[in-house]
Write a protein that binds this ligand. Structure first.
Ligand SMILES: Cc1cc2nc3c(=O)[nH]c(=O)nc-3n(C[C@H](O)[C@H](O)[C@H](O)COP(=O)(O)O)c2cc1C
Length: 190
């Protein structure tokens, strides 16, 4: 049984897929603590109301959502998690992670967790992954203790620069990352 921090950022179209993975990890017997960025926690969008998603996430995880920077700060000092998963990880959060900016609960969680040299697993979901975010993905792939859920293009005709992690590989990537291994192949063909 592992202690898992499961963080969501503002790729709202993938929230249902992330919740499905939280369920799988819970059912496998892990303790899953949800963490949300300010935008993920607060914004109502065409994909659903924030309050509805937040309730569903707390119901699935049976833990309260960490949604403030001050509540994310103890994650490192208290060694709260064996692994931190950020899924979905937005282009915005990728860029800030790469730049060392810490201004959301999810980024605070990542900074706090990484100080213990424990694995951080990213599930990228962004339309500019092969554009502006490409440099950040490349940079983060080269950083110790950071792993990626295998990812691939999701709509080559309408969104040729978009990439989304294969959410179904979350559990496999999580086991690999806990053993210090990047699950391969890292690039999926859809
Ligand atoms: C409806 C909607 C869908 C969005 N989908 C995505 C997405 O899939 N990937 C992404 O990187 N940003 C997406 N965004 C933009 C992010 O929510 C925005 O960059 C936000 O600042 C992210 O903040 P966060 O990384 O702190 O959660 C979306 C925004 C909206 C309103």
């Amino acid at each position: 049984m592992s202690e898992i921090g499961f963080a969501l950022t503002g790729s709202f179209c993938t929230f249902e897929r992330a919740i499905e993975q939280m369920k799988i990890l819970r059912t496998a017997g892990h303790n899953v603590t949800p963490i949300m960025s300010f935008h993920a926690y607060n914004l109502d969008t065409k994909f659903g109301k924030a309050a509805d998603f937040n309730k569903k996430i707390e119901d699935v995880c049976q833990n309260n959502i960490i949604h403030t920077i001050q509540n994310a700060e103890p994650i490192g000092p208290q060694k709260m998690f064996d692994i931190l998963i950020i899924e979905p990880c937005s282009g915005n959060t990728l860029a800030k992670l790469a730049a060392g900016i810490v201004d959301t609960p999810v980024l605070m969680a990542a900074k706090s967790h990484l100080r213990n040299a424990r694995p951080l697993l990213l599930g990228v979901s962004t339309n500019d992954a092969l554009g502006n975010s490409a440099k950040n993905i490349g940079f983060l792939m080269n950083i110790k203790n950071i792993y990626f859920i295998p990812l691939g293009q999701d709509d080559i005709y309408r969104k040729p620069r978009s990439i989304v992690a294969d959410f179904k590989l979350t559990e496999a990537a999580f086991h690999a990352a806990l053993n210090g291994v990047q699950l391969q192949p890292i690039i999926k063909s859809y």
